[in-house]
Write a protein that binds this ligand. Structure first.
Ligand SMILES: Cc1ncc(COP(=O)(O)OP(=O)(O)O)c(N)n1
Ligand SMILES: Cc1nc(C(=O)O)sc1CCOP(=O)(O)O
Ligand SMILES: [Mg+2]
Length: 212
């Protein structure tokens, strides 16, 4: 992973939105408010719309100096020169993606609630490991559940740890205190009346507690 990218902060993930103009406007507001990383995820679009939306997000993210990571599809990430890809258990081998992506690309792996998956992903060349869901997720109600101790235990891997699943500005801080480097969020950012304010609230969870 290119050392230019920050390793701590808010990892905003796009909601499914078939209206490309609206998606770009929503993402721009979130980038302007200071989101640290962006993942393009759209589970309902067809391949043509996914490629179109990803292609338009790339210059937008570049303008804000934010890495764009594509969900599920490292080949598309390579094709549109995205900054990385995120793979889950059904999305292909980490080692194959590592070998095919350019040097410096960000490669993330879903590890659910399983430290051994994280060890394997690290050995195969992942740049970060993601655990979740830490809370009931409006986006993925049936997601397996993880506990904060996993974030602590995964420190030994020496990779950035991402926490995901039902995270709100009100429940994020204990995850950061347990070792989460990046907090990954869909609904808590995009399904709110003021996404920019939500971004700022998440980022404040990374501030050190004031000393009394
Ligand atoms: C940062 C991050 N963590 C986990 C996931 C989930 O990936 P996956 O299990 O492949 O599920 P889908 O997102 O593809 O439905 C993620 N996308 N990003
Ligand atoms: C995409 C995804 N993966 C999860 C996992 O646990 O691996 S939870 C999740 C949904 C995250 O959306 P929200 O912030 O709206 O809960
Ligand atoms: Mg996936």
């Amino acid at each position: 992973m290119n050392p230019q990218w920050p390793r701590r902060g808010l990892y905003a993930i796009t909601p499914d939105d078939s209206d490309t103009g609206r998606l770009l406007a929503r993402v721009e507001a979130v980038l302007r408010a200071g989101a640290t990383w962006l993942q393009y995820r759209n589970k309902t679009a067809d391949a043509a719309l996914r490629e179109h939306q990803a292609q338009l997000l790339q210059p937008l993210c570049r303008a804000f100096g934010v890495p764009l990571i594509l969900n599920d599809d490292w080949r598309l990430a390579a094709r549109i020169c995205a900054d990385g890809a995120h793979l889950g258990e059904d999305d292909g081998e980490i080692a194959a993606a590592r070998a095919a992506l350019p040097t410096g690309a960000i490669l993330g792996a879903s590890c659910y609630a399983d430290l051994s998956l994280a060890s394997s992903a690290a050995a195969a060349g992942a740049d970060y490991v993601a655990f979740g869901a830490f809370f009931p997720s409006p986006t993925k109600p049936h997601a397996r559940r993880a506990t904060p101790g996993l974030l602590h235990d995964a420190a030994s891997l020496g990779l950035p740890r991402v926490a995901i699943g039902g995270i709100t500005p009100d429940n994020a801080r204990p995850l950061v205190q347990s070792g989460a480097d990046l907090i990954a969020v869909i609904s808590g950012v995009f399904d709110t009346s003021d996404p920019a304010a939500a971004v700022r609230a998440y980022l404040s969870c990374f501030d050190e507690a004031p000393t009394p």
